[in-house]
Design a protein around this ligand. Sequence first.
Ligand code: SDX
Length: 428
Amino acid sequence: MTDTLTLTDNRTGKQYEIPIKDGVIRATDLRQVKSGPDDPGLMTYDPAFMNTAACRSRITYIDGDKGILEYRGYPIEQLAERSTYLETAYLIIFGELPTAAQLESWKEEITLHTMLHENIKKLMEGFQYDAHPMGVFLSTVGAFSTFYPDAKQIFDEQARKKQVHRLIAKVPTIAAYAFRHSIGRPYNQPDNELSFIGNFLNMLFRMTELKYKVSPALERALDVLFILHADHEQNCSTSAMRGIGSSHVDPYSAMAGAAAALYGPLHGGANEAVLRMLKEIGSIDNVPGFIKRVKAGEGRLMGFGHRIYKSYDPRAKIIKRTADEVFEVTGKNPLLDIALELERIALQDEYFVTRKLYPNVDFYSGLIYQAMNFPVTMFPVLFAIPRTAGWIAQWEEMILDSEQKIARPRQVYTGSPRRDYIPVDKRT
Ligand code: SDX
């Protein structure tokens, strides 16, 4: 037995030996399969990349059937239990858990980069009061490229490291200021004495008190949620980060595109869509009718299903546990009962079971965010903050990967055959 695929092209009777490595064949190895001398050779056709590996990566491992998620080899359950978001971000970006000294230096760097340039704050002022915070977020990240032109030095390790510090440190500030702008309240300056999460809560919710009092339970819950959202291999927004970054543009411009992808209701916007769905259902009595409409194809059960996980999303399990801890502090979210009833029915209903539709990371996270007094429009932004670590790590891995070059997929042309121009007075 050999690690090869023997292909017979029945159009010509010719046979080909295609090498198999790491469970894949190289698509370019198929170009030799030609039906005749004028044939450019076979390509693979894979809309939405359902079965195409676009890169080799050492960052995140997912087993969709077993519900496994590991960052740099560490199981998500252990990181959620024992790590913090900042430590996990370090792991994802640099590849190893930091030593005590490395962690202290990392925290120091991040703490000293949380402030925004005054002109960025003025830029954010230009948005309408009811501008969606995710639109403000992705626009402001893109604007960073004009404030930090040194980010264009993408092959300079020190310049890259500086952008890493700026992005990890400043995305919570952008998010908090987008929120404060939307409710017409003044910005709160970062408080360097607080933790990364504590300072985020301070910038969001401090009112007239001199020192914001952080709830340890909510601080820990948000830390866990950020750990769970930090990376997820080649999802839609990370693929956008890699694709845009492959043109060698600066990381801020690439990340603006990644955030735009995450904004979509099928991706990071799903947590907002889940809350809107639960509110629309309104009561447990309406759940059977809603499920019936979904099964009739009249909409989707938002927060359910996943391209990779064909079993329960391991992050949803942890979030469900975290929800109980948050509700002890905030009081139970009345929409939780509707969510639990939806899950109970869906997990036993043949329509969902046959399609392997289980709760994903977005199904319960929104309930926690709402209980923490976040408006639903902030939910995708709360996803984007921690995913910044994954986007940066995946972007850096891509630009340093000698196998990678500018992303430029092919197509199957199905348009009009060649034809001559028709003057306008001859057109019917
Ligand atoms: C995230 O990729 C990642 O890793 C993403 C993410 C990350 O961390 O980056 O995990 C974060 O984006 C989680 C997903 C959040 N999105 C939602 O919750 C939106 C609702 N879910 C879907 O729309 C859907 O499940 C996707 C987009 C998540 C996955 O879609 P796929 O893999 O393209 O599957 P599909 O749309 O082809 O659906 C397959 C079948 C279809 O039925 P049939 O046409 O075969 O009859 O399942 C049905 C779909 O109609 N289906 C659903 C459904 N999801 C799929 N039916 C009802 N409700 C749903 N939620």
